[in-house]
Write a protein that binds this ligand. Structure first.
Ligand SMILES: Cc1cc2nc3c(=O)[nH]c(=O)nc-3n(C[C@H](O)[C@H](O)[C@H](O)COP(=O)(O)OP(=O)(O)OC[C@H]3O[C@@H](n4cnc5c(N)ncnc54)[C@H](O)[C@@H]3O)c2cc1C
Length: 400
């Protein structure tokens, strides 16, 4: 029997691989997509708590993190602007989108998006084969577990990162890329929650408050404002998720990261003003600005009696309180790690990719797209956008 040879073989049927499959097939290429999860694209289904935050409402390329050049990220995102991504999702994938604040969602939720992506690739002629595990890639063919070879003139690696490995992205793609001679920036958890704190902190699980977080490491300082959430084991919420990778990377380097919190995103001067002498009690005044359980935690940790009138508060007590309110030193001890991180930082260095086509500069028959690359965006749909943009370029590039 003569074995079918494909023009484009895609490893990984996540959002990046399936987008590549559509663009390659539409350009006339014979396409096969291989995935070891059935059905594939499981991250689409579970994303955004099942609601699937599929795009951001606005795009800020400078908010993406990479060790490579930020200009490459910007050029890639420019090649598939938000308007084009929306058009693709509505006209091609058949989704109805709506905006909620800064986020864009599909009406049907993640499961519908997952099935529509797979159906669209098939509709345009791509073969989607699952479950089948890819163990290696060579010029001209893809090697499956068990030794079978799938013949493909061009190969697109779209295996994702290594976060949430139960969805299928278990890091095999990084190993394959390394074996092919690519530089892989050491992967680290990103959009990740933190562990740490005392039992008193864990008892506040579920309490959320707006906050400004400042992370300071030996090499950088970053600030972010957003929702902060106490959890049973530490801290989460958008503001923590968006900066958690800095803690992860500091640990990776055996370096230290200091994280301070300004509760309610207020600075020392604001708190000084709020705590100006008056007839109100300290506790009464703080509870107008913060959840009472957090107020009690801060009062206990600073040893400031809550029933004292602001006019009678001692100077040193006021000072301790203002520091704890405007620059609270978060007692984090680690991150929740790759098992529950929303994305993987690090990955294949962008300098080794031609940004116009996603073609590897190491092998002219190889293309890469999605989270396997060294870039990730903040929460809010930026990572699906990255998967679609790089998938589009790789699919079009691989089919040419
Ligand atoms: C809990 C959670 C919630 C998220 N929510 C959002 C959100 O709301 N908005 C957003 O923008 N982003 C979100 N993300 C991030 C987003 O899901 C990913 O960035 C995106 O799915 C990456 O796409 P990808 O195609 O590159 O990789 P993946 O989606 O990881 O797909 C890779 C595919 O490759 C397959 N594969 C891997 N190795 C092999 C192999 N050796 N052989 C065969 N197949 C293989 C896997 O089975 C998988 O199907 C979330 C992630 C998580 C974990």
């Amino acid at each position: 029997m003569i074995q079918q040879r494909y023009d484009v073989g895609i490893v990984g049927a996540g959002p990046a691989g399936l987008t590549a499959a559509y663009f390659a097939a539409r350009a006339g290429a014979r396409v096969i997509v291989l995935d070891h999860r059935d059905p594939p694209a499981q991250k689409i289904r579970i994303s955004g708590g099942g609601r699937c935050n599929i795009l951001p409402a606005h795009i800020d390329p400078s908010a993406y993190t990479t060790d490579s050049s930020p200009y490459i990220v910007r050029n890639i995102l420019r090649a598939f602007p938000l308007s084009a991504a929306r058009e693709f999702l509505t006209a091609v994938i058949g989704l109805e989108l709506f905006q909620d604040g800064e986020k864009v969602y599909p009406r049907g939720g993640g499961e519908e998006v997952q099935h529509r992506f797979i159906a669209t690739a098939r509709h345009y002629g791509a073969v989607v084969r699952a479950p089948v595990a890819v163990t290696g890639v060579k010029k001209g063919h893809i090697i499956l577990a068990g030794g079978e070879k799938v013949l493909a003139s061009r190969v697109i690696l779209a295996t994702g990162g290594m976060s949430y490995p139960r969805t299928g992205s278990d890091g095999t793609g990084f190993a394959i890329a390394r074996r092919l001679g690519h530089t892989v920036i050491e992967p680290y958890p990103a959009l990740v929650a933190l562990r740490g704190g005392s039992d008193a902190h864990h008892a506040l699980a579920g309490v959320s408050v707006p906050a400004k977080l400042t992370v300071t490491t030996a090499t950088e300082r970053a600030e972010h404002t957003g929702g902060f959430l106490f959890t049973h084991r530490g801290y989460s919420g958008p503001v923590v998720l968006n900066l958690g990778h800095l803690a992860a990377r500091a640990q990776q380097r055996r370096d230290h990261a200091t994280i301070t919190v300004a509760w309610n995103a207020l600075g020392a001067e604001d708190w000084e003003a709020a705590l100006a002498p008056s007839g109100k009690t300290v506790r009464g005044q703080l509870r107008t600005a913060l959840p009472i359980r957090l107020v009690d935690l801060i009062l206990a940790e600073t040893a400031v009696p809550g029933d004292v009138k602001l006019a009678q508060m001692r100077r040193d007590a006021r000072q301790r309180l203002v520091t704890a309110l405007a620059a609270y030193r978060l007692p984090w001890t680690g991150t929740e790690g790759l098992k529950t991180a929303e994305v993987t930082g690090g990955g294949v260095a962008l300098s080794e990719i031609d940004a116009a086509t996603m073609r590897s500069r190491v092998h002219p028959w190889l293309y890469l797209c999605g989270e396997i690359l060294d870039a990730f965006g903040p929460i809010g749909g930026a990572n699906f956008l990255w998967a679609f943009a790089t998938g589009k370029l790789a699919g079009s590039g691989g089919a040419a």
